[in-house]
Design a protein around this ligand. Structure first.
Ligand code: SAM
Ligand code: SF4
Length: 477
């Protein structure tokens, strides 16, 4: 069955949201694409390499290409496309958990209301200042604030915590972009958090499959699938044009979820003229009083493959991978298209100032698998030729939403993002890096400078790099 897609149907301010996800439709697209010929798969890969946005049907062809030879070609194509669109830059951020009170019972989450073992903590202004000082001393410039869902964490509370973060200027440090991962708000609520100067508002649908959604969201406001799926539409209506979507892999068939994510992208593009800024696809991990059900377990092979498919399907959307994944998986999927990772992550409430060696799941949401410090990650990225970036220029120059999409054309990322990555890397090298990282980092910058043919532009870039060495900060294109 196929539904007729009329974007105007979905404007939500004047009528209730009609859901744009039709499970039967998504499944029938997947069924029709079964057993694709090699020629058909290669045709789709070529279209993706020419930077066409793939349709649901084309993406389903890639999802159904199980032949190892074709999987290898998909991964190679994603690698090529990633290099051409994103260059060698990788954006770094850190999560900061603000509060783990929660009224919902999401079966998979350590913060769920019914979990009496979880110690509940909410960070006040002074606690936030303490955590942010540690993060700034590490070298971070971009944070994502994370909240449980609770009446206490309303839009004003979120906005206040964002302002607390921006207010911390420690030594040469400052946080220049604060993203949010919190429960969906109403339109008025989004207006309030926008006022505080947030970057991306992220909401994961968790699973696009309605029956599964009801099975795992046992009680609380989050049980309402439609309220959640319309959450980012309301964000747009409230003036937030920079949004992030996501699916929690392991709840249902990953093939369906990938198509669900793509459907969500199509919906946002069709209705608001701008797709999501980022897509997240965390794999479910153990949590306090919760062990992962193996039924929909996503193997490493399938996981790395689906990252490559997403890269090919949506060439201009940022792909986020977090410390839920171990270092070797992170390193592999960086090649296929992940553009943002966290570093030096600690998800314990007030955890950055405590720096405990071992995770305690009764104080945290779930198990993480990458405990490397930010500098270890920086050094590894530099060693493998990636340029770690703390750039926040687009957001601050108002290059977001539709405006950002206009710039996300071939060449933009290399002309703006790559030099800005070098400038923020230089800041890091000056202010936070040990001598060895500093030496390697400047060597990488020098190598990358060689790739600029435009002498005028190169001069401007070199001038900014010299000014950073002399103590100026926050220079960007
Ligand atoms: N409470 C808000 C919500 O549910 O939308 C904010 C986000 S929640 C604190 C952050 C995200 O963590 C969830 O959207 C979910 O995808 C993810 N998460 C929850 N439990 C997890 C687990 N056991 N393993 C991996 N990710 C998990
Ligand atoms: Fe609460 Fe979010 Fe955890 Fe669900 S995923 S229990 S809403 S913190």
């Amino acid at each position: 069955m196929s539904i007729i897609y009329n974007p105007q149907q979905y404007k939500i301010s004047d009528r209730p949201m009609e859901n744009f996800i039709d499970s039967d439709e998504l499944w029938s697209i997947l069924e029709e694409a079964k057993n694709p010929t090699k020629e058909r798969v290669r045709e789709v890969i070529t279209r993706a390499l020419n930077k066409n946005r793939l349709s649901l049907q084309e993406t389903a062809i890639l999802i159904n290409a199980d032949d190892p030879e074709l999987v290898a070609e998909i991964k190679q194509a994603a690698k090529d496309l990633k290099e051409r669109v994103y260059g060698k830059r990788i954006v770094l951020f850190a999560p900061l958990y603000i509060g783990n009170l929660c009224i919902n019972n999401c079966a998979y989450c350590g913060f769920r209301a019914a979990n009496t073992k979880q110690e509940r903590t909410t960070l006040g202004h002074d606690d936030i200042v303490d955590q942010v000082k540690v993060l700034e001393d590490d070298g971070h410039k971009r944070l994502i604030l994370v909240y449980g869902e609770h009446p206490k964490y309303d839009a004003h509370f979120i906005a206040d915590s964002v302002r607390s973060v921006y207010g911390v200027k420690h030594n040469n440090g400052e946080i220049r972009r604060v993203n949010i991962n919190a429960a969906p708000l109403d339109v008025e609520g989004y207006k309030i958090v926008k006022e505080a100067g947030i970057g991306t508002y992220q909401i994961f649908q968790e699973t696009y499959h309605r029956d599964t959604y009801l099975k795992v969201h046992l009680s609380g406001k989050k049980r309402d699938y439609d309220w959640r799926i319309a959450g980012l539409d309301r964000a747009q209506e409230g003036g937030i044009d920079d949004v992030g979507i996501g699916a929690l892999l392991g709840l249902y068939d990953w093939r369906f979820e990938v198509l669900g994510l793509l459907r969500h992208v199509n919906h946002l593009e069709a209705v608001y003229n701008v797709g999501p800024h980022t897509i997240s696809f965390p794999r479910i991990k153990s949590a306090s009083e919760f062990t992962v059900d193996k039924a929909y377990d996503v193997s490493d092979e399938d996981f790395t493959r689906l990252v490559a498919i997403l890269r090919l399907a949506v060439p201009y959307t940022g792909l986020i991978l977090t410390a839920r994944e171990p270092a070797h998986i992170r390193d592999e999927v960086l090649q296929y298209g992940v553009s943002q990772i966290d570093g030096g992550t600690n998800i314990e409430l007030k955890g950055y100032s405590r720096q405990k060696e071992k995770q305690d799941l009764d104080h945290e949401q779930f198990m993480i698998n990458d405990n490397r410090s930010l500098n270890e990650i920086m050094e590894e990225l530099v060693d493998t030729g990636y340029i770690p970036s703390f750039c926040t220029a687009c957001y601050r120059l108002k290059r977001t939403g539709e405006h950002f999409m206009e710039f996300s054309v071939p060449g933009f990322i290399k002309r703006f993002c790559q030099p800005n990555a070098m400038l923020t890397l230089a800041e890091y090298l000056e202010d936070y890096a040990p001598a060895e990282t500093k030496e390697k980092g400047y060597k990488l910058i020098a190598e990358n400078l060689q790739t600029y043919d435009d002498a005028d532009f190169k001069d401007k870039l070199v001038d900014r790099l010299e000014r950073i060495k002399k103590g100026e900060r926050d220079l960007y294109f």
